[in-house]
Design a protein around this ligand. Sequence first.
Ligand SMILES: [Zn+2]
Length: 484
Amino acid sequence: MKHPRAAERLVLLAAPLLGLTLACGGEVCVDRPNVVLISIDTLRPDHLGCYGYARPTSPNIDAIAAEGALFEQHISSAPWTLPAHAAMFTSVPDSVHGVVDAVKFRLSEEFETLPESFQSAGYSTAGFFAGPYLHPAFGLGQGFDRYVDCVETVPDGQVDADNEWSMRDPVLRASHHGVTNDKVYAEWQRFFGEASEGSEPFFAFVHLWDVHFDFTPPAPYDTLFDPDYEGPYTGRDFFYDPAINAAIPARDKEHIIALYDGEIAWTDEIVGRIRHDLGAAGLLEDTIFVITSDHGTELFDHGGKGHRTTLYDEQIHIPLIVHYPGVVQAARFGGQTRMIDLGPTLRDLAGLPAVSTTMGASLGPSLRGETSTAPDRPAVSELMSVGRNLRSLRTAEGKFVVNHDNGGSAWFDLAEDPGELQPRGLSGDGEGGGAALKRLYDEAAEEIISGLERAPAGAAAADVPASIQRSLAANGYAGGDGDE
Ligand SMILES: [Zn+2]
């Protein structure tokens, strides 16, 4: 009985007497569920059917969401890949794990990361990644028995060394056009074929990158949502081509968004395949299946494009769906949750001990229906890279943003102004609208300071290979003028 059905999962008090070997070891054991954590890079929840999008971008994700729990207001720690995934794995804000800027930093080995917890508990652990900032040079490979690089790289010899870090070299840009979902899925299949036959449970981190720009989905997804378009835009160089901007005709913007949606539909197909694999092996009910993202992206919402530019919701609002039949009931939670809550939640659901340095809170009691109070906590997001020095405090009702370069601040009433189009200032006496948000912001800043005192380490210095630097430059991640 390698992986009993969730409904039959029992506390096996007699296990030591019977001589059974269970994953957890000790005298009182439960069998462990598998974990499949899917991070779909750059996925905006408002472009998924299960979050209310009218276009059918996500039939497979929607089906999983319908059977599982969906968190409507899940907020990332950052609007870009590296710090957000570092927060996903450490469950502390960016300022505490310290990996806040480009190629200078790597996550310290001193943190107990989420994969390390599962590895220590006897899990077989594997990660498959397709974005350059997931490279082990940045410290995100900690705890994986197998950590597979599926990044589309620039072939050697095609890069002018003098221009290695340029974001404008067309050769470098070309590396971003690649389709990598197939590679990631092939690696997943290779791992799953072995893990599903093994004696220990598994933890799989599946990072899917194709939704990230460029928006060049394979057929039939390239024409799925806008087959009649005859204009000049293709979705290539979405971020780097200055001719693609908020001033282009609405019809062309529609087409670019249709291509972004096509990437989502293409990635949804991969999610469906992974779910099918689990089902075909009879493991769907013994697996905690999570779908989330690291950040969103701007599609001209505030006159810009891409991400790593602002802390508006289109860049920090992310999906979170948790599917675990028999334990997690079908539900939608309207209260706000945070990137840093995911790690404590997965440890809790799998019966692993909590990690004392995490600053998130388990959503397990809500997921199991043990409490009538839905989670609703203030979320901190930060952008301290590419010339920005921003931090925000968001609640389900409002957002307070501080620019630490000049001390300026603004707040938004998300109930009245969900598009964040009307920034407001604090009143002269500091007691008008926004004052409560500012108090929460100040409390969060204090928590970050105490979190830093408890943190096992700050960020370490990155040792990034030249090939990865080239790939990062191709993706607009290295140095540059702050456009991303
Ligand atoms: Zn990302």
